[in-house]
Design a protein around this ligand. Structure first.
Ligand code: SAM
Length: 234
């Protein structure tokens, strides 16, 4: 995808003005204006992706080569399904083969060809059990784009995102096959230190990356760990 400004550069002249602001709160007006003027949102619509987030995974894959046909992957926090669409296209070309894709979210999600879609809370035993059952074996790739709804209180949002990342890591350490990879949304400033130390020990290569489609003002970044050394190290 093209540079940080987004696809097509997003000229000011194209910006959409909201004419009927009546009845909307200031924050929902801000959100709507941002959506309407966001070139990644427009590009997602043009290409048939369900979310602009699809570009984040495409860009991470461009840099780290994570998605290959035939891999077995889990997509945590998958709704509305942009990452699932990208992962399905790359892991399950033709809708099948040796690859497997299990996608989970708290929210209802439309089907994606070839993927097992689960609706559950990953932070519960039932959610975890459902993913393990659907995976039915080891994973080559664990993706987590899970994010708790923003409260506007930075410390609370950070703590909740860290808890989701930690849960995703506990799962990855249990489910990944040697050589596997783990990608998780974390907050800028890095992953919580004890978690990062564990991830560093368990993988051959660990990086933080902020793909161009991630909004510059968002505190999110991604932890990308490759070359899992095996469950005993996790
Ligand atoms: N990757 C998605 C895409 O490409 O369309 C966008 C994911 S969105 C940023 C974060 C998602 O995490 C939300 O859909 C939310 O429901 C989900 N989530 C948050 N906490 C969760 C939990 N405990 N279990 C499952 N999903 C969760």
């Amino acid at each position: 995808m093209r540079g940080r400004g987004g696809p097509g550069g997003g000229s000011r002249a194209d910006s959409v003005r909201l004419r009927t602001a009546k009845g909307r709160s200031a924050s929902s007006q801000r959100w709507l204006r941002r959506q309407l003027n966001d070139p990644w949102v427009q590009e997602a619509r043009r290409l048939g992706y369900r979310s602009r987030a699809a570009f984040k995974l495409l860009q991470l894959d461009e840099r780290f080569r994570l998605l290959r046909p035939g891999l077995r992957a889990v997509d945590l926090g998958a709704a509305p399904g942009g990452w699932t669409q990208v992962a399905a296209a790359r892991l399950l070309p033709g809708g099948g083969g040796a690859g497997r894709l299990v996608a989970l979210d708290l929210l209802e999600m439309d089907p994606v060809a070839g993927a097992d879609i689960l609706r559950a809370d990953f932070m519960t035993e039932d959610g975890l059990r459902a993913v393990l059952a659907a995976l039915d074996g080891e994973a080559d790739l664990v993706l987590s784009d899970m994010a708790a709804p923003a409260t506007g209180h930075a410390a609370t949002d950070r703590a909740r995102t860290e808890a989701l990342c930690e849960a995703a890591w506990d799962f990855a350490a249990r489910a990944l096959a040697p050589g596997g990879a783990f990608v998780a949304k974390v907050y800028r400033g890095g992953t919580e230190r004890s978690l990062l130390a564990r991830v560093n020990r368990a993988f051959a290569a660990v990086r933080h990356a902020k793909p161009p489609a991630s909004r510059p003002e968002s505190p999110e970044t991604y932890l990308v760990a490759r070359g899992f050394r095996g469950a005993a190290e996790g």
